[in-house]
Design a binder for this molecule. Structure first.
Ligand code: OGA
Ligand code: NI
Length: 377
């Protein structure tokens, strides 16, 4: 048993030390994927690929959102319905020029397809670096790695220095990030109003004070049925704005089945993380999602994760008081942002032995014991 574990660790380390990620394996021309990438067979692997609207997430058109108050109210009501029923929707006509979306996807492609030797210089697991490129952030803690390489950089509250970003995608990351931040603020205004709150309520809770951009690259996989592109997971954010390319592939778990999120040119996929579910006391959904590996072409996606400032470790989040009543008592305890993130960072994408809700209870109990200890001293 011990030696199997040692072997596996050695294989993971050897893979990590190539600093070339999953793409490096594909570049070598492998026809079989290493066994440590194998995932347990999922009897729900096939998604419902139906044109039935019952299994299609809403697509919300933002045309004239700032021009016509009636249109704005209609959009708010669509956002409310989608947030309560799905926790996922697509946005079209959001005002961000389509060439910016195209340039961003091409920028991610340029980064991952540049000379491996240049890319290797940026491969790191050091979370203090301004630009982090690696494969599987949870390589050593997940049950099995997934077929994806990723880079990550924090864009807000402090913009990175341009020279800290790779030259092949520096300008577009900054331009794209500024556009998505504006869209993020609009989304939080709409969500606040959808909850019957003042438009600035969620923004004033610092829900979009911090933003991290993730550029994902899913290399072509020779045995896609044996692994995953992104393992099923819930996001830790308040809200994620995702751009997926023409390959599509994103799937969500809805009413006991996996559903495809079709790729719509020029659209963003918006979804909520567990923290928005917590502060809305379960009114807005956070939904499990995943991306299967594919054998057709490399897939690009760009996720902008909106949350508070990562340094605001002591900031408290609990169900919003204005939403609570005798009929709607708080379902969650208040938690610090630091304790909440500690859970997500420790567990990796797919580790469900302990839910974060139980984790928060444990942290609370330990803090009470600590207080009693201190009183007794
Ligand atoms: C994520 C995510 C999906 C995708 O980054 O959290 O779910 O399509 N990405 O890459
Ligand atoms: Ni996600």
């Amino acid at each position: 048993m011990g030696s199997t574990t040692d072997n596996r660790l050695q294989e993971l380390k050897a893979f990590d030390e190539t600093k070339a990620g999953v793409k490096g394996l594909v570049d070598k021309g492998i026809l079989k994927i290493p066994t440590f990438f194998h995932h347990p067979l999922d009897k729900f692997l096939k998604a419902t690929n139906s044109t039935n609207t019952q299994y299609t997430i809403p697509v919300i058109d933002f045309t004239n959102i700032g021009k016509d108050p009636n249109t704005r109210q209609e959009i708010i009501s669509k956002v409310r319905d989608a947030s309560e029923a799905w926790g996922f929707f697509q946005v079209v006509n959001h005002g961000i020029p389509l060439n910016v979306l195209q340039d961003m996807k091409e920028g991610v492609l340029r980064f991952f397809e540049q000379d491996t030797e240049v890319k290797k210089e940026m491969y790191t697991r050091d979370q203090t670096r301004p630009f982090i490129y690696n494969s599987n952030f949870d390589l050593y803690s997940s049950p099995a790695p997934y077929w994806r390489d990723t880079f990550k950089c924090h864009l807000a509250p402090n913009a990175p220095k341009p020279e800290d970003l790779p030259i092949v995608c520096r300008d577009i990351i900054l331009e794209y990030g500024a556009h998505v931040m504006k869209l993020g603020i609009t989304l939080f205004e709409l969500l606040s109003e959808a909850l019957g709150l003042n438009p600035n309520h969620l923004k004033d809770m610092d829900c979009c004070k911090g933003m991290t951009l993730l550029g994902h690259y899913y290399p072509v996989c020779p045995e896609p049925e044996l692994t995953m592109g992104t393992t099923k997971h819930f996001d830790s954010s308040f809200l994620t704005v995702l751009l997926q390319d023409y390959i599509g592939g994103l799937q969500i778990f809805h009413q006991d089945r996996w559903i495809d999120i079709p790729s719509i040119p020029g659209a963003f996929v918006v979804n909520f993380g567990e923290l928005l579910k917590l502060i809305t006391n379960d009114r807005f959904q956070s939904v499990e999602h995943r991306v299967p590996a594919n054998s057709i072409a490399p897939r690009i996606s760009v996720a902008c994760v909106l949350r508070t400032d990562l340094r605001a470790q002591e900031k408290l989040y609990g169900p919003i008081r204005e939403l609570l009543s005798e009929d709607n008592p708080p379902r969650y305890r208040e938690t610090t942002f630091g304790d909440y993130m500690a859970y997500f960072n420790a567990k990796g994408l797919d580790f469900q032995a302990l839910s974060w809700i139980i984790w928060i209870e444990l942290v609370y109990i330990l803090s009470m014991i600590n207080k009693i200890d201190n009183l007794e001293k």
